[in-house]
Design a protein around this ligand. Structure first.
Ligand SMILES: Nc1nc2c(ncn2[C@@H]2O[C@H](COP(=O)(O)OP(=O)(O)O)[C@@H](O)[C@H]2O)c(=O)[nH]1
Ligand SMILES: Nc1ncnc2c1ncn2[C@@H]1O[C@H](COP(=O)(O)OP(=O)(O)O)[C@@H](O)[C@H]1O
Length: 347
C-alpha cells in the first residue's frame, strides 16, 4: 500500500506491505527519496518487480516514480540488510546513461581527467562526492571533493545501509553513499565515481549498471614523480601509495573488472581517448545533451496499452497526449533514477 501522510505533516508518502498468509501489515525499509504527497495518483504494476506511480498536479520532473519492490537491486538490498526493503526511483526523460567508475593508482591523474571532463561538459556529468576519514588537503573543500567524515559516524552509516560500497584505502576509510549517487542522477546527469579497485569490485558485483575504466601510469618512476610534484602527501604517505600502486595496477589490468584501460602518458592524448571511449569525441557543444524532466499536464487520465502508458490531458481544448514507453526502462542508478523514453503528441 502506498499512501499519503498529510495529517502528521510528514511530507513523503509511506509504504506498507500486506502479508496475505499471516494477514499482517508491516513497514519495510524505504530506500531512495520518494515522491511528496499529492492530490491523486495512478499506479500500474510492471514486470520486473516495479510499480509505476504517476502523480497528478506535480511540478516538472516530479510526476513519474517507480517503487521497486522485487527488482534485482531491491533483492540485493534485502539480503544485505536482512529486512524487507523497497526503493523509490524517479523517472527521468532519456536514457539515464550508465554511471562511470574510474580507478587507478594514486597520482596517475584520475582527478585531473575527471576535472577536465566536468569542465568541458558541465551539464552532462556530475561527480559522486565520496566520504572519507582522511584529513582534507589544503585545496579540498568539504562536500565538493569529499565529505570528510568521522570514522565512528561513517561506520555507523555503513551499518545502516547508507553506502553503495566502501573500502579501506592507504589506511583510511572511503565510501560512496547512496545519497551522493542519487544527488547526481536526480539532476539528470551522468555520474562519475573515482573509487579504488576494491570499490570497483563491489560496484561490479552490485546491480549498478556502470562502465569501468582503469587508468595506468606510463611507468612507476613517472607515477612517483607525479605524486611528488603534486606535493599533497608526506614522504611516508607517498611511500605507502607507491607500495599499494603495484598491486592495484596488477589487479586493475588482470582482474577483468575493468572493460577499458587507459594509459595516461601525455595528458591531452589520454583525455582525447577518454572522450572517445565515452562517445564524446564528436560532441562540440559545451553544454552537451541534457536529460530533461518529464512534464505532465496537471489534469489528466492515464491508461495502459501493452508496454505503453498513455497520459491524456483533460479539461482543455488541446488534448495533449504523452506516451511513456515502459519497455525502454534502462540505465540510471536503481533506487534513484530510471531513464524512460517519452513521446509527446499534440492534437
Ligand atoms: N572504494 C572507494 N575508494 C575511493 C572512494 N573515494 C576515493 N577512493 C579512492 O581512494 C584512493 C585515495 O584517494 P585520495 O585520498 O583522494 O588520493 P589520490 O587518489 O592520491 O588523489 C583513490 O584510489 C581513490 O580512487 C570511495 O568512495 N570508495
Ligand atoms: N599525463 C600527465 N602528465 C603529467 N602530469 C600529470 C598527468 N596527469 C596528471 N598529472 C599530474 O599528476 C598529479 C596527480 O594527478 P591527480 O589527478 O591528482 O591523480 P589522482 O587523482 O589519480 O591521484 C597532479 O599534479 C597532476 O597535475
Amino acid at each position: 500500500m502506498i499512501g499519503g501522510n498529510h495529517e502528521r505533516n510528514n511530507f513523503s508518502i509511506g509504504v506498507q506491505i500486506h502479508d496475505k498468509n499471516s494477514n499482517n501489515w508491516f513497514s519495510p525499509i524505504v530506500l531512495g527519496t520518494g515522491p511528496k504527497p499529492s492530490q491523486g495518483y495512478s499506479a500500474f504494476v510492471l514486470e520486473q518487480g516495479r510499480i509505476l506511480v504517476i502523480k497528478k498536479g506535480s511540478p516538472r520532473n516530479e510526476s513519474i516514480w517507480f517503487l521497486e519492490v522485487d527488482s534485482p537491486y531491491v533483492r540485493e538490498q534485502k539480503k544485505l540488510l536482512r529486512k524487507e526493503v523497497v526503493a523509490w526511483s524517479k523517472g527521468v526523460r532519456g536514457n539515464a546513461e550508465k554511471p562511470i567508475v574510474i580507478s587507478g593508482p594514486s597520482g596517475v591523474g584520475k582527478g585531473t581527467l575527471i576535472s577536465m571532463l566536468m569542465k568541458e561538459f558541465p551539464s552532462m556529468f556530475g561527480f559522486s562526492v565520496s566520504h572519507t576519514t582522511r584529513s582534507p588537503r589544503s585545496m579540498e573543500r568539504d562536500g565538493v571533493h569529499y565529505h570528510f567524515a568521522d570514522k565512528k559516524v561513517m561506520e555507523k552509516e555503513i551499518k545502516d545501509g547508507k553506502f553503495l560500497e566502501f573500502a579501506s584505502v592507504h589506511g583510511n576509510l572511503y565510501g560512496t553513499s547512496i545519497e551522493s549517487v542519487e544527488a547526481v542522477t536526480d539532476s539528470g546527469k551522468r555520474c562519475i565515481l573515482d573509487i579504488d579497485v576494491q570499490g570497483a569490485r563491489s560496484v561490479r558485483a552490485s546491480s549498478l549498471d556502470a562502465i569501468f575504466i582503469f587508468v595506468c601510469p606510463p611507468s612507476m618512476k613517472e607515477l612517483e614523480d607525479r605524486l611528488r610534484a603534486r606535493g599533497t602527501e608526506t614522504e611516508e604517505q607517498i611511500q605507502k601509495r607507491l607500495r599499494n600502486a603495484e598491486a592495484e595496477i596488477k589487479e586493475g589490468i588482470s582482474s577483468g573488472i575493468f572493460g577499458l584501460i587507459l594509459y595516461n602518458d601525455n595528458l591531452e592524448e589520454c583525455y582525447k581517448k577518454l572522450k572517445k571511449l565515452l562517445g564524446l569525441d564528436e560532441v562540440t557543444s559545451v553544454n552537451g545533451v541534457e536529460i530533461e524532466g518529464i512534464n505532465l499536464p496537471t489534469e489528466h487520465t492515464v491508461s495502459k496499452m501493452e508496454d505503453k502508458i498513455i497520459i491524456q490531458e483533460t479539461g482543455k481544448e488541446t488534448r495533449n497526449k504523452i506516451v511513456l514507453d515502459i519497455s525502454s526502462l534502462n540505465g540510471g542508478a536503481p533506487g534513484r533514477t530510471r531513464g524512460i523514453l517519452v513521446d509527446a503528441i499534440k492534437f
